[in-house]
Ligand binder design. Sequence first.
Ligand code: ATP
Length: 374
Amino acid sequence: MKLALLSSLLRAVEMAQIDLNNIAHSYLAAPSSEDDFALKKLNVSWQDGGAYALLGPSGCGKTTLLNIISGLLQPTQGAVLFDGADITTSPPEVRNIAQIFQFPVIYDTMTVYHNLAFPLQNRKVPKHEIDARVRRLADMLELSKYLPRKARDLSADEKQKISLGRGLVREDVTAILFDEPLTVIDPQLKWSLRSQLKRLHAEFNHTMIYVTHDQTEALTFADQIIVMSEGEVVQTASPQELFERPAHTFVGQFIGSPGMNVLPCALDGHHISLAGHTINVGCNVTLPSGAECIELGVRPEFVKVTDNNDALPVTVEAIEDAGRYRIARLRFRGLQLAAILPDGAPPPSETAGVLFDADNVHIYADGHLVGKRA
Ligand code: ATP
C-alpha cells in the first residue's frame, strides 16, 4: 500500500514550464568582461509539452545552457524557474529531468530490458507498468529482439538507442534534454530515429529540448528553434519564420542550403543601392540611428536568373547540382551570390541578370533585421 502510494506520488510530478531569467554563465572564477562569458545574458521560456531545438555552431553555448536547465551547472547569474519556482541552486535529482548525451550512458553488463527498466524500478513503478512501458519503447526504437541480450554485445548505434530509451522511459519527467543524441548513429538510421523521436513527442507530449548544430535535425524535430551564436540567442522562431524572416544575418546564413545572400548596400527611401545599381523595394525602411553596416538579405530561392535588361548584371561562375535542385553561383561587381534555378530551366549563359523578389528582400542594420513599412 505504502509502495503504491509512493510510486503514484513520484509519478505525479509532471511537466513544467521552464523559464531562464537573465541567465549568464562564465567558466572563469572572476569574469571581468563580456568576452569571459560562455553564455551572455539571455531569457528563454520553454512551454509545457513543446518540442524545441537549440541550434548553433560548435562552441556557441548550447551544452552550457542545457546543463544549466538540468542542474549539472549553476549559472553565474540569473534564475532558473520551474513553474515559477526558483530552482537555480537545486541539484539535478530534484529537477526530475532526463538527459541524453552524445555517447551511450548504459550499464554494459545488464540486459537491454534491465537497462530500460532500471529508471522505473528505481522509482518503484509497478512491475506490470514497467513491462508495458519497456516493451512499447523497445518496439518504437526497434530494440525488441535485443531485450534479453547483454548491452555490451550490441553495436554503438544500438547502445545509443538504449540510451534514448532510458531517457524516454519515464512518464513523470519535467523535460527530456537531448545533447546531440544522434552523433554516433549511422547516417541512414538518423533519419528514421529523428522521425521516431518526433512521433514519441506527439504521443507522450513531454517537453523536449534537442541540442544540435545540424539544421536538418533541428528543423525536422522542433516546433520552435532557438538559434544561438557566440553565447547569445539570436532568434527563437518556427522553422518557417527562420526561413522567411531571419531576424539576424547569422540566422539567414546559418539556415538554408545555401544560406541567405547578404550583400552590403545603401538605402535611399524606397530604393536600395547595390554597388551603384538601384533596386526598388517598394516600401520604406527606417534605419536605427547610428547604424553603420547596412546589408540586403535575400535567399537564393528568391533570386531569379534572367536575361531581362533591367536586371542586376551578373557573371555565372558555376552551376552546382545539389540533387533536388541546381544552384547558380554568381558574381556581381566583386560580390558573390547564389540563386536556386527552377526545375527544368535551361542553364543560364555566362553573363546574365538577376531579379530579387521584393517581398522577400530583407534589410539589416549591423546584422539585425530592420522593419519595412508599405
Ligand atoms: P559543441 O557543439 O562543440 O558541444 P556548444 O555549443 O555546446 O558546443 P559549449 O560546450 O556550451 O558549446 O561551450 C561554450 C563555450 O564554453 C566554448 O567556448 C567552450 O570552450 C567553453 N566551455 C565549455 N565547457 C567548459 C568548461 N568545462 N570549462 C571551460 N570552458 C568551457
